[in-house]
Design a protein around this ligand. Structure first.
Ligand code: CA
Length: 227
């Protein structure tokens, strides 16, 4: 299966060099040349790994990383300038998997890419979840209805995944809060209702099905294997 790598790098010569080398190694490569479009692509595409330059126009790389980590755990390797120690420390704090200092040898970068891909793949790779024509693939973080890709946010995806993994078992709002948002989430439990509504707009309303059932006074459940 193709391994997709996104390069976010504003220096054209470096980006082209990386593209050539990575393509030569058999990776599929996409490029962005500023922070904002890089973040958009990272959030909306199915990438296996992201090479993220720190010094970028628009949003800098650390800000891209911070916003990306609110939604995604895709492996990220930062490209930092020599001696930019602070960038490395804050980058790793913010959830970068690794960093490499410019100028770097392509062999070193390729080794780090392989390591980051292995650590990403070593985490659980759960099987795809199906309900009717809906397929949710937690390993690749993709959702499709029939042939149609669904654009779900990170939390929408996590909520749907939780309901599908516990199908026919009513999930209370508290259970969903704990599983999807975590114990220390300080918000209101009606955030669950809001996200159920988002999912209903994107799936029930769009495809004329009844995916999530409200159990009055209890919570929510997805029943059976779908239509
Ligand atoms: Ca740069």
């Amino acid at each position: 299966m193709a391994v997709n790598i996104l390069i976010v790098e504003d220096e054209g010569a470096i980006a082209r060099f990386l593209e050539l080398e990575l393509t030569h190694e058999g990776y599929t490569v996409a490029k962005a040349s500023d922070g904002r479009s890089g973040l958009d692509m990272a959030l909306n595409g199915a990438y296996d790994l992201i090479l993220l330059d720190v010094m970028l126009p628009g949003l800098n790389g650390l800000e891209v990383l911070r916003r990306l980590r609110a939604e995604s755990d895709v492996p990220v390797i930062l490209l930092t300038a020599r001696d930019a120690v602070m960038d490395k420390v804050s980058g790793l704090d913010m959830g970068a998997n690794d960093y490499i200092t410019k100028p770097f040898s392509i062999e070193e970068l390729l080794a780090r890419i392989r390591a980051a891909l292995r650590s990403g793949a070593a985490e659980k790779r759960p099987a795809a979840l199906r309900w009717g024509r809906l397929t949710l693939d937690p390993a690749r973080h993709t959702a499709v209805y029939g042939q149609e890709p669904l654009q779900l946010t990170y939390k929408e995806f996590a909520l749907l995944q939780t309901l599908l993994e516990n199908r026919d078992i009513v999930q209370t709002r508290d259970m969903l809060m704990e599983k999807v948002w975590g114990y220390d989430y300080a918000g209101e439990t009606n955030v669950v209702d809001v996200y159920v509504r988002y999912l209903r707009q994107k799936i029930d309303a769009a495809f004329g099905v009844k995916l999530i059932t409200t159990v009055r006074g209890m919570g929510y459940v997805i029943k059976g294997d779908g239509p």
